[in-house]
Write a protein that binds this ligand. Structure first.
Ligand code: TPP
Length: 378
């Protein structure tokens, strides 16, 4: 197999700035240069990742207790998401898939609102305009078209390449390795390239599309597909938050300045199940999981901070206490979520409900009310 056809990462074609042992490594094109003192920035990444993981672990447990209908775990993908999200400018707009809990965290979406969605008490409780973070999309890859369309709109509004970094805007589309096979994603890339739209395609290659391994779907490294569409593609170690942050920062800058789209492949691994309804032990070897555990994105940052003295023991204790607090808040908050009104299912589909759906809604409401009547007459 030639290098071009080999979809596994080689040392040379993947940007890494912090290796799995927690040692800083250099790269010819990227250097870690945060907008704050270095140790402070890394401590911030660490805190984000630990709290996001706690949210994920609690939500998984709540689903097991029957409190959520479903949960899509992000375990193992914390660095890819936090690195990508912390590189955003406030005015940038993000179109997520259904697993971007770390990005939601960085965009100040209340984690309870994520739980509300997976409990079914609402259909996505946050206001996308308030957070510059769209609602979760379950239809694989659909949001890449929304992102490209939005990016073209941003461009038409004159918010690209003005030279004012507080105005220039980039748009991000998150998607997975499996989604890259969808027509929508390919169409989004054709349009983005044709219109030089300020969009960053951020693909988390977590190796599996439910039970389908990436080698089954992808015959060239994912990031190299971008070349065929006419824009740059780059592969980053998605378990390295420093590298993900820097690679994303440069792609966003390029988009905001009018350079057009970039595709980033964050090479990572889904440590958990696809969702709580999936059993990965039926198709995945435990050796593979063990090998990726050694590349844990949080452990390497902790090792780096401890070894280099970038954080004190009390810092780690404080983050742990915050995580405990968050866990308690989520466990208590789940019972405070309102009972959903089943008829609300018909809201938010059309601005004005078509007659046929109105009839369906009224019929359903009458059906539900009939149970109350029966109860009252007994
Ligand atoms: C259009 C469409 N087809 C099929 C599905 C069913 N489905 C849900 S998740 C998934 C796999 C997605 O894999 P990937 O894009 O790699 O994302 P990951 O869940 O691994 O993060 C599929 C096929 C769907 N939701 N939408």
């Amino acid at each position: 197999m030639t290098e071009f056809l080999d979809p596994s990462p080689s040392h040379t074609d993947m940007v890494q700035l912090l290796n799995p042992e927690g040692e800083r490594v250099s790269h010819p094109d990227f250097e870690f240069s945060p907008d704050r003192p270095e140790d402070e920035a890394v401590r911030g990444f660490y805190r984000d990742m630990v709290l996001t993981r706690r949210l994920d672990v609690e939500a998984t447990a709540l689903q097991r207790h029957g409190e959520l209908g479903l949960w899509a775990q992000l375990l193992g993908q914390e660095a890819a998401q936090i690195g990508a999200a912390r590189a955003l400018a406030p005015q940038d707009f993000v179109f997520p898939t259904y697993r971007e809990h770390g990005v939601a965290w960085c965009r100040d979406v209340d984690p309870m609102q994520l739980l509300g969605l997976f409990r079914g008490t609402d259909q996505g409780g946050w206001d996308p305009d308030e957070h510059n973070f769209g609602l979760y999309t379950i239809v694989i890859g659909a949001q890449t078209l929304h992102a490209t369309g939005y990016a073209m709109g941003v461009q038409m509004d004159g918010l690209v390449g003005t030279g004012d970094p507080t105005r220039d805007t980039a748009v991000v589309a998150h998607f997975g390795d499996g989604a890259s096979s969808q027509g929508d994603v390919n169409e989004a890339m054709v349009f983005a390239a044709s219109y030089n739209a300020p969009v960053v395609f951020f693909c988390q290659n977590n190796q599996w599309a439910i039970s389908e391994p990436v080698e089954q779907m992808v015959k060239v490294p994912l990031y190299k597909r971008a070349q065929g569409f006419g824009f740059p593609g780059i592969r980053v170690d998605g378990n390295d938050v420093l590298a993900t942050y820097e690679v994303m920062k440069s792609a966003l800058k390029r988009a905001r300045e009018g350079g057009g789209p970039t595709m980033i492949e964050a090479y990572t691994y889904r440590m958990g199940a696809h969702t709580t309804t999936d059993d990965p032990t039926r198709y995945r070897l435990s050796d593979e999981v063990q090998a990726w555990k050694l590349k844990d994105p949080i452990a390497r940052v902790e090792a780096y901070l401890r070894r280099g003295g970038g954080a004190s023991t009390s810092f780690f204790a404080k983050v742990e206490a915050e995580a405990e607090e968050l866990g308690e808040r989520l466990r208590a908050g789940i019972h405070a979520l309102p009972e959903p009104d089943p008829v609300r299912l018909f809201d938010n589909v059309y601005t004005e409900l078509p007659d046929e759906l109105r009839e369906q809604r009224d019929g359903y409401a009458a059906y539900l009310a009939s149970f109350d009547l029966e109860g009252a007459s007994r």
